[in-house]
Design a protein. Structure first.
Length: 391
């Protein structure tokens, strides 16, 4: 009989291995991306181009000219240390449409909202004579979660009832109002006020939220390319404080932003915007990267809750959140656990038990409500000292 060839059965008869790669994950939007809604027309753009991305001012000079508002503002934006590049950001310049008439800033923002992401908004004009349009723009930015940096050169806008004070009264904290009264910049068409706003956002939106203790406040920060405002005296300082309008005076010869919280502080608004995005991202990725399903059980919801806890933990690492005393009357879950966890960790999470969900929510496959208590780290911006001397 002829020799039979050696037979070998496949290993899969006994062991079957499937290697499952994790699903695609969602990244947190770029919190250092700034858009300039421009009245100027670029040269050299391809037909139909609606925006361009810039990471240095020389690129802007090439497209818009070295005497343009766009270049002057880009120069101030990137001149700060640190600046938006520190947070991985960029400048997007979006020209306003000119036909059949000049497009409004708000319409330009709406048109581009699904085209490119940006968190900060700059414009190249003062809107002091457009009170209604300005108020509508501030309300839109509030609803859209866009940080709008706007500066006025009209000192009357520090007064109660002015267009800047009305932003505070409306609670439109995403609009960061500023006053700068020095003369316009010579040699450029941009008003110094909007150059100031660009410098302000360039410095303020420089945070890398993935880092450790990277969160910063704007108070007393020096701005490159900006000289101290000589129109600010103690009276104007007090009016700005009441209106929540940031200014740039010289304090004992040292220039620096004076930041006020009547319409919240810049770092509060910026940090809250980041935390909202971070929570949404962590929750989405937990659901999307599970290769089977997240069961509608206590174990499944605890896993989702832990994903949200990761966002809070990152907030503590970057310095936006911190352990502290919970002073609000609002409490949920186990009140003593809430107070203790906020004091020890800076945050507390609680979810409604799955067993208490309505049948309608279970049928819709909704997670039970997850509630979070988080303590902002705040910042020290002034101090009083009493010295007792024993002679």
């Amino acid at each position: 009989m002829a020799n039979q060839p050696n037979q070998s059965l496949p290993l899969s008869n006994v062991i079957n291995v499937s290697v499952i790669a994790p699903g695609l994950s969602l990244g947190v939007p770029n919190m250092s991306a700034v858009a300039l809604i421009s009245q100027e027309a670029p040269s050299g753009w391809s037909g139909g181009q609606t925006y361009a991305i810039y990471t240095e001012p020389s690129q802007v000079a090439t497209d818009f000219g070295s005497s343009s508002s766009a270049f002057a503002m880009a120069n101030a934006l990137f001149a700060q240390t640190p600046n938006i590049l520190t947070g991985g950001g960029y400048l997007a310049i979006i020209p306003r449409l000119t036909s059949p008439s000049l497009e409004s800033v708000q319409d330009a923002l709406i048109r581009m909202s699904d085209v490119i992401f940006f968190e900060g908004v700059l414009i190249d004009e003062e809107m002091d004579s457009q009170a209604t349009a300005f108020a509508n723009l501030a309300a839109y930015c509030q609803a859209a979660g866009k940080i709008f940096g706007y500066c006025s050169s009209v000192i009357a806008n520090l007064q109660p009832g002015s267009i800047l004070d009305l932003v505070r009264q409306a609670g439109d904290s995403y609009t960061r109002t500023m006053y700068y009264g020095n003369p316009l910049l010579n040699g450029a068409s941009a008003q110094q006020t909007q150059i100031f706003a660009a410098a302000y956002l360039g410095r303020g939106m420089s945070v890398d939220f993935t880092g450790s203790f990277t969160m910063a406040t704007m108070n007393l920060k020096a701005l490159a390319t900006i000289t101290p405002d000589q129109t600010i005296g103690q009276t104007q300082w007090s009016l700005a404080q009441t209106a929540g309008v940031d200014i740039y005076p010289s304090t004992s010869g040292i220039p620096g932003v004076q930041s006020f919280g009547a319409n919240q502080f810049f770092d509060q608004v910026y940090g809250r915007a980041w935390l909202g995005f971070q929570l949404a991202t962590e929750g989405f990725n937990y659901l999307a990267q599970t290769s089977t399903k997240v069961p509608q059980t206590e174990d499944g919801i605890i896993g989702l809750q832990n994903a949200y806890a990761q966002a809070c933990a990152q907030g503590v690492r970057n310095g936006y959140l911190a352990p502290g005393a919970w002073t609000l009357s609002t409490k949920f879950g186990n009140p003593s656990d809430l107070v203790r966890n906020v004091a020890d960790y800076g945050y507390y999470l609680y979810h409604t038990p799955v067993a208490k969900q309505s049948s309608a929510d279970r049928a819709e496959r909704k997670a039970p409500l997850i509630q979070i208590a988080a303590q902002e780290a705040g910042a020290v911006q002034q101090s009083s000292v009493i010295v007792n001397i024993n002679a």
